[in-house]
Design a protein around this ligand. Structure first.
Ligand SMILES: [Mg+2]
Length: 386
């Protein structure tokens, strides 16, 4: 039976909350930004976007483009309250609910049609409730997997519902530019275009091996996605067993080198604790809170479960590149490992020679750490030994 996944995304969330609190803002160009010094635009209403204002743009530039815009400094505690109320409504419709950020989440509706009726009518009821109870518009995409549901909700904006029937995923995505795929940033998009890959449909027709040879394991994932294949589950936060660590900075940071350094430490720590508790992880998640308070998580599912520093660091580094595309400074960075498996599982699938070498290395490192403290072994040391 195909799955039925909803992606629900509140429209211009920060602006919409400001308008509930102050209805005189309705219909006018609105920018949410601290509006001081070198601050950036946290959100802009559709009316302001018409003048070219975009999220993450320097505030000064936004003001030049649309001087008549009304500026709200931002009210993070109100946004959090509305977010909590939004997810409380969604919880009613399925226990399998995965919040992605304050205003966006996935809901697995597969088992719930018996209680709430067919997906389209249930979505219409949810949309109406969010409007009546919170005064906010939500766009809903429905599909057989998370990837297509997210693209569908994006296309249904504002305040729409779009359902892609099972089996129509690939056809739905085929005419879209490849930049639509998660992880395909402007640079990769240019690289692909040079190879003649302009649309998702072209990508779908290429062989997995070719994509893998040019773009590595991520290339293989893109090729899968282009065919509408995305088996990643909707992971309810509280029930998901995970191991993670995060760090909040005293000063917001944007320097790539510095952030990578922090990431290296976090990755080592998470890997150390995975090994300590006898787990391997299949999914690495990067959590980023930007200077404008918005919270984003990016995740990457690995080909093989791992508990090695290097694997977790590599995956999170790729996710950091994605996060830096917003060009906002960052105030919190976190790595968590999800989809945990007992470490003895699937050993046979790995190249046993490589596995043994890495295992010996890490066992030795862990012994040193136990004896001389965590700081006694650094990640750079591991690279040199390799
Ligand atoms: Mg949104």
């Amino acid at each position: 039976m195909p799955r039925c996944i909803f992606h629900l995304d509140l429209d211009v969330f920060f602006v919409a909350v400001e308008r509930v609190l102050d209805p005189s803002l309705v219909g006018k160009p609105v920018i949410v930004s601290p509006g001081t010094g070198r601050s950036v635009v946290a959100a802009a209403s559709y009316e302001a976007r018409r003048f070219g204002v975009r999220s993450a743009m320097p505030f000064a530039q936004a003001q030049r483009l649309c001087p008549q815009a009304l500026v709200c400094p931002g009210n993070f505690s109100a946004y959090q309250k509305y977010s909590r109320d939004f997810f409380k409504i969604l919880e009613h419709y399925s226990p399998d609910l995965e919040p992605v950020s304050l205003d966006e989440g996935y809901l697995d509706f597969t088992q719930c049609a018996a209680l709430f009726g067919p997906p389209l009518s249930a979505a219409a009821v949810i949309q109406q409730r969010v409007k009546d109870e919170l005064g906010l518009d939500v766009s809903i995409g429905i599909a057989a997997n998370k990837l297509v549901a997210k693209i569908a909700s994006d296309m249904s904006k504002p305040a729409g519902i779009l359902r892609i029937l099972p089996g129509r995923d690939a056809a739905f995505m085929a005419p879209m530019p490849i930049g639509r795929l998660l992880g395909v940033g402007p640079k990769t998009e240019t690289d692909m275009k040079q190879l003649g890959i302009k649309t998702i449909g072209t990508l779908a027709r290429l062989s997995r091996a070719d994509m893998e040879s040019v773009f590595g394991s991520q290339g293989a994932s893109w090729q899968n996605w282009a065919r509408g294949i995305d088996p990643s589950p909707v992971l309810p936060r509280e029930r998901a067993k995970s191991i993670g660590r995060e760090e909040t900075f005293l000063i917001d940071r944007i320097d790539r080198k510095e952030l990578r350094g922090v990431l290296q430490e976090l990755a080592s720590d998470v890997a150390y604790r995975l090994r300590g508790q006898g787990f391997k992880t299949r999914t690495v998640c990067l959590k980023v809170r930007y200077a404008d308070f918005s919270l984003h998580t990016h995740s990457r599912t690995l080909a093989e479960p791992t508990h090695w520093d290097r694997d977790i660091f590599t995956a999170s580094q790729e996710l950091l590149e994605k996060a830096l595309e917003r060009r906002l400074s960052i105030r919190l960075l976190g790595i968590s490992a999800h989809n945990l498996a007992d470490e003895r599982v699937q050993l046979d699938l790995l190249d046993s020679g490589q596995h043994e070498r890495l295992d010996r290395l890490h066992t030795a490192a862990d012994r040193l750490r136990k004896r001389y403290g965590y700081e006694s072994v650094a990640w750079a040391g591991l690279i040199r030994k390799k």
